[in-house]
Structure formats: structure tokens, C-alpha cells
Design a protein around this ligand. Structure first.
Ligand code: NAP
Length: 446
């Protein structure tokens, strides 16, 4: 039987899990090629998880096993829609799975959002994680900083901004980031949630971590806890129950001695950022709960002096060339991972991970997502593409013809070892290579 050839676009956890699950789901000879726009794999695990979260970064070990098992061929530094197109894949594969995730910031349409000093969290995260495509410079000039949103990204951003840099030094944080953080004059980081303390999206572990920061006081405001709590409802949600306990413990803590403060504000929705050319203050409207579990504005506005605002209100996916895109939800429209266009299935096209279901859920959730997509893909053999040139070498010839310096699994092993050895010299686990051309050169052994 001729092998089944599947292309996966995106080598983050979603793409790598999909490849692994596909290989294990059938006895047939499946050949999987994994295309990745960056020279290194692992997507948001490498470029989204905060450097002081080594526990989550350890997911890399499982992903690495898949790459090294010879299950897939990796083609890094190859961008879909720039270096290769859908027609190239149709000629060579039976189907493609898009696993390109969500790496941009969701838009926030409020006055002043484009002022200097107003930043998207996704970009800041890319900066502190050493993403090769963002500027290496980051202006950290504010003493008072607002972080908008009550998800785990908001907590990551607030923590990195408030934490004393010496406590980040042992991590794999890039040197230039550490140097900038060392010069930051920040004294107060304010996190704003538009719902109440029980309507947060962050998780207990990530919240608790804030309370353990060295020389940083947690500041809470009694007015945010005035709303009556339905104790029975609260008991039904373990995570929220724990969060409620942690927040209430912090309310009792003695504060006032730390040199930095991290404030958690609830019932506060951002309505405008104001300033003369650059951020000078944030205007919030106080909110209150509605009968149906939502929130509404109270008409009470407050202007709070801030010199920087970070928007951590969710991620958003990028559209893919010649692939349907749902602008409202920021996903590729699909039914169980089968891509659909105005209700009609598009043969050969599949999606998994955040591009499939939106930017929610932890990394592990991506596995069940991939399982569904793979089951559907395998059931669809009748509608797969019929590749004209299914030779193994065909894609390599194409990339060479186009002069694309692609990287592969061996290259990644080389870059990984190089980064670890750089880290070793300073007693750190790893020092990331940041410039794209240097990543490529090390990977390709040049
Ligand atoms: P998220 O969990 O969806 O949180 C987004 C937050 O932004 C919510 O509090 C939301 O409030 C708020 N928001 C949305 N639109 C807003 C607006 N117009 N004005 C004010 N607030 C607004 O998204 P995320 O933080 O980007 O995280 C994405 C996923 O990655 C999550 O599943 C998260 O758990 C995961 N993640 C995990 C970790 C970790 O495990 N350590 C770290 C980072 C990310 P509403 O609830 O009112 O909509």
C-alpha cells in the first residue's frame, strides 16, 4: 500500500500532539511532515510560557520525544503562505492539518489604545521569551503599570513586571530582557478584571505564585468584595473556591514594607487610556453583576495615573492563505476539526489546537482536540487529495529550489545543545539564541 502523506502546519504542542496521535491511530504507513515558521519547534511552550515556569516548560520533554522518535520530519523556518502554499501541499500530500495556534493580541477597541505606552501582552510575552521576530528593545519606563484582563496571561505579565529581576536570573530569560528589567523603575502593577473576584479566568496555582513574590505586597480592595457570595454555588467550583480563599487570606496580610506592590482590582472595566501622546492614565468604569450572571456598568468612572498599559484580554489567530477564516471568533471554521466554508466541508483541510477552538484551555487540552481531528481525518479517506508527486524527496527539492534555509530535527537538537551549553557557562539551564539568522546558522551547522 502506498504511504499516507500528511502535512501538519505549526510545530507547537497542537501540531506535535496531532502528529503523534495520528501515527499511533493507524497501522497504515503514515508519513508526516511538520512545517514551522520559526527555526525552532514548540510554539507557545518556547515563546509563550513564562521563563520562570519551568514546570510547564518541561512539556518540551514529551514533545521532544515525538520529534526524536523519527515519527515526523520537521521543516523549520518554512512559513505557510510565504514559502509554501496550499497548491504545493496538494501536489505532495493527502491532507493538511493546520495547528498554527493564536499568537496575536485580541483587539481592544477603547479610546487611546494606540498611545505610546499601550502594549499588547502577546508582544511583551514574545519579547521576554526571546522571540526572533520582535524588537529586542522594550521601553520599561513606567512606575505605575496597568494590566488589563483576569486570565493567566495577565498574571504572567503582571508577575514578570513586578518580580525583582534577580529572582528571574536563574531562569532561561534572555540577557537583554533581564538587563531591561533591572533598569525598570516600576513600583506598582495594577491588574484589572471586569468581573468580580469569583469571575476570574486565571487558575489557583498561578494566583498563589503572586503571593510568594519576594519584596512585593499584594494589595486588595475591600470594596471589590462587597458583593454577596452564594456559598453553595461557590462550593461547586473547586478552583474558584480556592481562589476565593487565597484572595481573602491576602486581605488579612500586613502590607507596607515591600518596595513593590501588585494590586488586584475587580469590577473595573477599561473604557479609555488617556494622555498627551503617551499613556498618562487609565479610565475604568466600575461594574456590578447582573441577574443573568453577566456584568453591567455602574456609570461610576475613575481615572488612575498609569504610565503604561498592557492588554492581556486574550489571544487571536492569524488567517491562513486560501483557508477559510472566521473573523469574529478568530478561528478556522470547522466541524470536529474538518474545515468548513459557509457550511460546506473543504476536502483535505483540517485544524487542531487554538486555530480550531480559539485561544482557551491549557496545553494538555490540545491532546483531546487532536484526537478528534485525527479520528475525522482518518474516516475521510474518500475525500483526501490525490497527490501528483508524493515522493519523500519532493518537498526537499521544492524548498531547495526556492532557496529556503529550512531547519530539521537534527538541527533543533544541535541548537538545543548549543543553548544549554551557553547556559552551563553561567550556571543557568539555557540561554536562548534569539536572532533568527543565528538560530538558523547553529541549526544548520554553518
Ligand atoms: P483568558 O483566560 O481567556 O482570559 C482573558 C481575560 O481577559 C478574561 O479575564 C476576560 O474577561 C478579559 N477580557 C476579555 N475581553 C476584555 C475586555 N474587552 N475588557 C476587559 N477584559 C477583557 O485568556 P489568556 O489569559 O490570554 O489565556 C489564554 C489561555 O492560555 C488560557 O486557557 C490560560 O489558562 C492559558 N494560559 C495558561 C498559563 C498557565 O498555565 N500558567 C499561562 C498563560 C496562559 P471575561 O472573563 O469577562 O471575558
Amino acid at each position: 500500500m502506498t504511504p499516507i502523506r500528511i502535512a501538519v502546519v505549526g510545530a507547537g504542542p497542537a501540531g506535535i500532539y496531532a502528529a503523534d496521535i495520528l501515527k499511533k491511530a493507524t497501522d497504515r504507513d503514515v508519513r508526516i511532515d511538520l512545517f514551522e515558521a520559526l527555526p525552532a519547534p514548540y510554539g507557545l511552550v518556547r515563546y509563550g510560557v513564562a521563563p520562570d515556569h519551568p514546570r510547564i516548560k518541561a512539556i518540551v520533554n514529551a514533545l521532544r520525544e515525538v520529534l526524536e522518535a523519527g515519527v515526523v520530519r520537521l521543516f523549520g523556518n518554512v512559513r505557510f503562505g510565504t514559502d509554501i502554499w496550499l497548491d504545493d501541499l496538494k501536489r505532495r500530500y493527502h491532507a493538511v492539518i493546520f495547528a498554527t495556534g493564536a499568537t496575536k493580541d485580541a483587539p481592544l477597541q477603547i479610546e487611546g489604545v494606540d498611545l505610546e505606552g499601550s502594549f499588547g501582552a502577546a508582544e511583551f510575552v514574545s519579547w521576554y521569551d526571546g522571540h526572533p521576530d520582535v524588537s529586542r528593545e522594550w521601553p520599561l519606563e513606567a512606575e505605575q503599570i496597568a494590566v488589563l484582563g483576569n486570565g493567566n496571561v495577565a498574571l504572567d505579565v503582571a508577575r514578570v513586571l513586578a518580580k525583582h529581576p534577580e529572582d528571574l536570573r536563574p531562569t532561561e530569560i534572555p540577557d537583554n530582557v533581564l538587563t531591561s528589567l533591572e533598569a525598570s523603575p516600576v513600583t506598582d502593577v495594577h491588574v484589572f478584571g471586569r468581573r468580580g473576584p469569583l469571575g476570574v479566568k486565571f487558575t489557583p496555582l498561578e494566583l498563589r505564585e503572586l503571593g510568594q513574590l519576594n519584596d512585593v505586597d499584594m494589595i486588595l480592595y475591600d470594596e471589590d468584595f462587597d458583593v454577596d457570595t452564594d456559598e453553595e454555588e461557590l462550593k461547586k467550583n473547586k478552583q474558584i473556591l480556592v481562589i476565593s480563599r487565597v484572595l481573602n487570606q491576602w486581605r488579612e496580610r500586613k502590607t507596607g514594607e515591600a518596595s513593590r506592590r501588585l494590586h488586584l482590582h475587580f469590577w473595573s472595566r477599561p473604557v479609555a487610556i488617556t494622555g498627551d501622546g503617551k499613556v498618562e492614565s487609565l479610565r475604568i468604569e466600575r461594574t456590578r453583576p447582573t441577574e443573568d450572571g453577566g456584568i453591567e456598568g455602574t456609570g461610576e468612572y475613575r481615572d488612575l495615573p498609569m504610565q503604561a498599559v498592557y492588554r492581556a484580554i486574550g489571544y487571536y489567530s492569524s488567517p491562513l492563505d486560501q483557508v477559510p477564516f472566521d473573523e469574529v471568533h478568530g478561528v478556522v471554521p470547522n466541524e470536529g476539526g474538518r474545515v468548513v466554508d459557509r457550511g460546506e466541508r473543504v476536502p483535505g483541510l483540517y485544524a487542531t489546537g487554538w486555530i480550531k477552538r480559539g485561544p482557551v484551555g491549557l496545553i494538555g487540552h490540545t491532546k483531546s482536540d487532536a484526537k478528534e481531528t485525527i479520528e475525522n481525518l482518518l474516516a475521510d479517506e474518500d475525500t483526501w487529495w490525490r497527490p501528483e508527486d508524493p515522493r519523500e524527496a519532493s518537498i526537499i527539492e521544492l524548498l531547495q529550489e526556492r532557496g529556503i534555509d529550512y531547519t530539521d530535527v537534527e538541527g533543533w537538537i544541535r541548537l538545543d545543545a548549543h543553548e544549554r551549553s551557553l547556559g552551563n557557562l553561567q550556571g543557568r539551564e539555557r540561554i536562548k539564541v534569539v536572532p533568527r539568522d543565528e538560530m538558523i546558522a547553529v541549526s544548520r551547522g554553518e
